[in-house]
Write a protein that binds this ligand. Structure first.
Ligand code: FDA
Length: 378
């Protein structure tokens, strides 16, 4: 296929651009994907022994308050009425997360009204703590006892750093709900794609004007397409420029997937482990994402332990570290990206900005409207 537009990366950002450009603008779109499957980090697949859908790159929960994104997503999949809920195990006791009235009452061992709980936390927040550190910021938001139980160990494991040595700006808010509402997200729409993420992503790509080339790295093309065809690049920003301004820092995750010979391992989709003595941050149990699926086995289940660390060469970049040094490096790359003719940078890796799926889809729709459609409207 002769391409009118080349897209590097087949995650939600790249596929949304490809689908809209093919469907609305009638463009032939070639999508290069360096992995051997499409879909970016939202990709999922059945675990071979059990058939249980596993999210290979970490649990993906869809939620949005954006009407346009919700309508767009529903063109390619229907959603179950799944509502995400998370538990945390602290010193052998189990609490609902994010912190809510149930967590507070259980942790302090007393039934409290919302007003009593607010007053208790307000008194604990009043402690004088160093506002420059993550620890100080967290204490000023939720008080020391809840911080030490639920945040300190978890954050230390996520960042391999004592929270007293982490900058305050890593957290802007720590939600506390003074009700017994245990829902994790408070968006208008929430659910999981009824027949899985990969089916949804494949339907987006299923268009006669879209060609997906798997196992195809943008940088392995024999000659650069830049200048010959418009390019939407969703790979790592620093890699595009040959790391010329330095490397941007990322955190990565290691996943340990196991089939357990029990019908239900932990009774919940995700359990967090803030205690420092436990090496992983959380355990995902995928069967709980789809209680409606009758074909899942009754005698076994799939769990995935998650470990967090700084990414090194060759690791998957998952979350931007976004240190002060990273932000300076990013500013230099942004300047170069703006000046790069014929290339638009988008998505989580291409902008060095964590994006939830709905945000990746929403910003891709905006790029098509504002940046790509005008190129072809002459
Ligand atoms: P994404 O990373 O998905 O896709 C980029 C693609 O580009 C990849 O397939 C990559 O292989 C490819 N690529 C890179 N360089 C290339 C090159 N040189 N040539 C060709 N291809 C190249 N969101 C949410 O809403 N709810 C959730 O619960 C979660 N959970 C979650 C967990 C974890 C661990 C992560 C890292 C992310 C999430 N997300 C999420 C975010 C979600 O994965 C995110 O919205 C999408 O990854 C963004 O889509 P992109 O297309 O930008 O990137």
């Amino acid at each position: 296929m002769r391409a009118d537009l080349l897209v590097a990366g087949s995650g939600f950002f790249g596929l949304t651009v490809a689908e809209r450009c093919a469907t609305l603008l009638g463009l032939n779109v070639v999508v290069l994907e360096r992995r051997d499957h499409l879909g970016g980090n939202a990709y999922s697949e059945p675990e071979p022994q059990t058939g249980i859908e596993v999210h290979r790159y970490g649990s993906h929960l869809f939620h949005t308050s954006n009407e346009r994104v919700w309508r767009y997503a529903n063109r390619f999949t229907s959603f179950t009425d799944y509502r995400h809920r998370v538990m945390a195990v602290v010193e052998g006791r189990v609490y609902p997360m994010p912190i809510n009235l149930g967590t507070i009452c259980s942790y302090f061992g007393a039934m409290m009204s919302p007003a009593q709980a607010r007053a208790l936390i307000a008194a604990q927040r009043a402690e004088d703590a160093d506002p420059a550190t993550l620890e100080g910021r967290a204490i000023s938001l939720i008080g020391r006892p809840l911080y030490e139980a639920f945040i300190r160990g978890y954050t230390a494991k996520q960042w391999q750093t004592d929270p007293r040595d982490l900058p305050a700006e890593i957290i802007t808010r720590l939600p506390v709900r003074y009700t017994f509402d245990t829902r994790y997200f408070d968006d208008t729409y929430e659910g999981l794609p009824r027949d899985g993420y990969t089916a949804w992503l494949e339907r987006m790509a299923d268009h006669p004007r879209i060609e997906i080339r798997l196992g195809s790295d943008f940088f392995d093309l024999e000659s650069s397409p830049v200048g010959r065809v418009p390019v939407v690049y969703t790979g790592p920003l620093d890699r595009y420029f040959g790391y010329g301004e330095g490397r941007l820092g990322w955190r990565t995750l290691d996943f340990e997937v196991e089939v357990q010979p029990v019908p239900d391992y932990q009774g919940a989709p995700v359990v967090n482990y803030p205690d420092p003595a436990v090496p992983y941050t959380r355990i995902h149990e995928f069967r709980h994402y789809h209680p409606e699926r009758a074909h899942y086995p009754g005698d076994s289940t799939v769990i995935m332990r998650e470990y967090s660390r700084f990414a090194e060469d060759g690791d998957e970049p998952y979350y931007p570290v976004n240190s002060a040094a990273d932000r300076q490096t990013l500013a230099r790359y942004r300047k170069r990206a703006k000046a790069e003719p014929g290339v638009l940078f988008g998505g989580r890796l291409g902008t060095y900005h964590y994006l939830d799926m709905h945000a990746a889809i929403g910003s891709a729709l905006t790029m098509v409207d504002n940046r790509i459609a005008p190129l072809f409207s002459r």
